[in-house]
Design a protein around this ligand. Structure first.
Ligand code: FAD
Length: 478
């Protein structure tokens, strides 16, 4: 008689003692979710529908003590350990087969101190949780551009958002963190306390422990800013991107702009005759004096005859969630990035060509304008290395049907490979890492050795390895 094959999660549980599992479950204040439980499939699902993994247990942690219990249990039993913040990293590193997942989602408290211009944020919060509270006071922490993204992964790997050129990366705005290390110790890190760990968590990803709390600097932003959202026909892509390049050379820091290729959606904001046509879109934010916005953004709104221009004043929280519906849970995603030391004609041509040829109308090729405050910080001052690059190119394949997986993944890989063959193209951004298929040195560049030293101090056995992984320095020396 055929028996149903046991999943990796069930097999891993079989190898553990029932008493150990029961005592771990009793130790948690939050809910442990096991393969036999009703909520198991929900608990193991990630934003990216490409990822289908079966952990032994998902520990829904409600506080630091739960995280300590989970880290200790994984270390003592030898279970693989994954950490889930917002569950949005495209690589799916937040869930592992046959292991323990620390799910930080219940730890999403946000506490603003308007006088100190700071906010304390639970390690499982998403961007929208933070913006909602900080905007009550007309303040914002620089994060990303989609409200459902987790602050955890976004910040630990850098974090680029609408305020990036004026206020830097999300990680540049971290004042302190609380971390549970591989030994299960709870430590605080800041410029003055454990500066090595503080250096590492600002760009080194989840390599050093579980961040249970981030404390960020806040800046006066909004409540209304000026959004740029202008759509041109794809036939004008090269002209528009060259115009954007000219504008970027003297762009003020208060403006952060992100051109991307797309296809015109069939919605009422767009003329019907343009639906489905290839497009080049300029998305951005001007968070300076609103009186200056028209003058600053005008050149970008007149690069060609627009299909639609939806630019204008917008509440900051609205801008922050404007793209949410484009990235539903469960769709299939594969994203990959490179940094550019200039925006060459070749990259512009490649962007336009690949954008048009995308196998899915939901996919985009994005050019992030960086520089400004990001480049004020030397590359070795924090673990985030690629500060001098004024642009980042990111291929986003977004599609629906599993039978189209191969074609869409190949489109991204071909595009990235073609870009890497061009002069001035290097590196990778850990928040857009494909399936983590490339060596982590691409991400960490000249900071790789120092990261390995910090790793050896805080996680010598590489317990935290489902990430852009840094091997502990001692491993390399063996
Ligand atoms: P998860 O998948 O939960 O975590 C990824 C990894 O980070 C984990 O495997 C773990 O190693 C680590 N990790 C997460 N939280 C913690 C924690 N508290 N402590 C220790 N380790 C932790 N990036 C940008 O820079 N700017 C953007 O505007 C932007 N927009 C995006 C929009 C969408 C729709 C999506 C899906 C992604 C976007 N990203 C953006 C990329 C995003 O920053 C990364 O996917 C990021 O890793 C997501 O963080 P997360 O906590 O949701 O991910």
């Amino acid at each position: 008689m055929a028996t149903k094959e046991r999943s990796p999660g069930e097999r891993a549980l079989d190898d553990l003692s029932d008493d150990d599992v029961a005592s771990f479950a009793a130790d948690l204040r939050g809910e442990p979710v096991f393969p036999a439980d009703d909520g198991y499939d929900d608990a193991r699902e990630l934003w990216n529908g490409m990822i289908d993994r079966y952990p032994a247990v998902v520990a829904r942690c409600t506080g630091t003590a739960d995280v300590v219990a989970a880290v200790n249990f994984a270390r003592e039993t030898g279970l693989p350990l994954a950490v889930r913040g917002g569950g949005h990293n495209v690589s799916g590193s937040a869930v592992c087969d046959g292991g323990l997942v620390i799910d930080l989602a219940p730890m999403n408290g946000v506490f603003v101190d308007p006088e100190a211009r700071s906010v304390r944020v639970g390690g499982g919060a998403v961007l929208g949780d933070v913006d909602r509270e900080t905007q009550l006071h007309g303040l914002a922490a620089p994060l990303g551009v989609v409200s459902q993204t987790g602050v955890g992964g976004l910040t630990l790997n850098g974090g680029v958002g609408h305020l990036r050129r004026e206020h830097g990366l999300a990680c540049d705005n971290v004042r302190s963190v609380e971390v549970v290390t591989a030994a299960g110790e709870v430590v605080r890190a800041s410029e003055s306390r454990r500066p090595d760990l503080f250096w590492g968590v600002r760009g080194g990803g989840g390599n050093f422990g579980v961040v249970t709390e981030f404390e960020y600097d806040l800046h006066a932003v909004g409540p209304e800013v000026v959004g740029l959202f202008v759509w041109y026909h794809g036939d004008d892509a090269v002209t528009a991107l060259r115009g954007f390049r000219d504008w970027s050379e003297s762009a003020p820091r208060q403006a952060s702009v992100l051109p991307f290729t797309a296809f015109v959606p069939d919605t009422e904001e767009f003329p019907e005759h343009s639906w489905g046509e290839p497009a080049i879109v300029l998305l951005g934010c001007f968070a300076g004096d609103p009186g200056d916005a028209a003058h600053v953004l005008r050149p970008l709104r007149t690069l060609a005859s627009s299909v639609a221009d939806l630019s204008g004043p917008v509440p900051y929280v609205e801008l922050q969630s404007m793209l949410d519906e484009d990235y539903p849970d469960g769709l299939r995603y594969y994203w990959k990035s490179v940094f550019l030391d200039h925006l060459s004609d070749e990259v512009i041509e490649l962007t336009a060509r690949y954008g048009r040829a995308s196998p899915s109308a939901l996919s985009t090729v994005d050019i992030w304008h960086l520089g400004g405050a990001i480049a004020d910080v030397p590359p070795d001052a924090t673990a985030y290395w690629h500060r001098e690059a004024p642009f980042m190119l990111n291929f986003e394949a977004n599609w629906e049907a599993p039978e189209d997986d191969e074609e869409n993944v190949a489109w991204v890989r071909d595009g990235i490979e073609a870009a890497r063959a061009l002069p001035g193209v290097a590196g990778q951004y850990a928040n857009f890492p494909g399936f983590g298929d490339d060596p982590s040195r691409l991400t960490f560049g000249g900071n790789a050795e120092r990261l390995a030293e910090v790793k050896a101090t805080y996680d010598p056995e590489n317990l935290f390895r489902f990430n852009q992984n840094v091997a502990p320095a001692s491993d390399a020396a063996k």
